[in-house]
Design a protein around this ligand. Sequence first.
Ligand code: KIV
Length: 284
Amino acid sequence: MPKERLNVPGFRAAKRAGTRIKMVTCYDYTGAVLADRSPVDAVLVGDSLGMVMMGYSGTTGVSMEEMLHHLRAVVRGAPNTMVVADMPFGSYNVSPEQAVANANELMRAGADCVKLEGGIPFYDTVRTLVRAGIPVMGHVGLTPQTAAALGGFKVQGRDAEAARQIIDDAMSLQQAGAFSVVLEMVPAPLAHHITEHLTISTIGIGAGNGCDGQVLVWHDMFGLYDRLAPRFVKRFAEAGQVISEGLAAYCTEVDNGAFPGPEHSFKMKQEELLLATAEPAIRS
Ligand code: KIV
């Protein structure tokens, strides 16, 4: 039986019921099918795809076209799973109208909602998106699109002033109408406090287990990306190692002629081959 597809009201119901939301990033059709067949509630087509799928050094270079390309593949593979689409850098920071135009494109491509980074400075943008009928997930704490300004990929909100700022940012997103907020790389007690004081759901990544849900980057959790190894990531499978072993075995068998064997080859009748090779084929 297919699982029940999570939606925006479902986030509220899950918070009321104390049911944890399970989200993973996803960037292609094959991954989406796997996530769709699992108990995962939501897939995030994150702009982290710039790093793990395209090899960029960060997320700021990701374009709307790239997001749409990956989003469409994920939508095709995940009919029973909520699809969250990241708004890439530069697609919402000019004006609320620019944000609506780009969010409309993501929604038309099949997203159920959009996610954007930032708090208080994006109050009007979030409010305008929500009034335009586009559900918004916020993202505060470490915001990778502006990581350079935050001093790199570092824990945010360790001192009282920085923690207060994150609380205010999260509160502002709720007031603007966001239905949930990602808390990235913030101390667990701070994330727990925010979760207790918001009526909308918090989704943690490097934010401890006191959030309403969790999200992890696919390539991190399955050992497929080793340029960054954040301490908060748990590797739930060593897919990278399995693939490396498979590649080595393939190369050995091609080298020694063991692959392809008869079971991977196609037969033909001997007389057909004789007929085909009896005279040189002349083509004019
Ligand atoms: O792009 C992404 O993968 C994200 C997660 C880190 C939440 O925004």
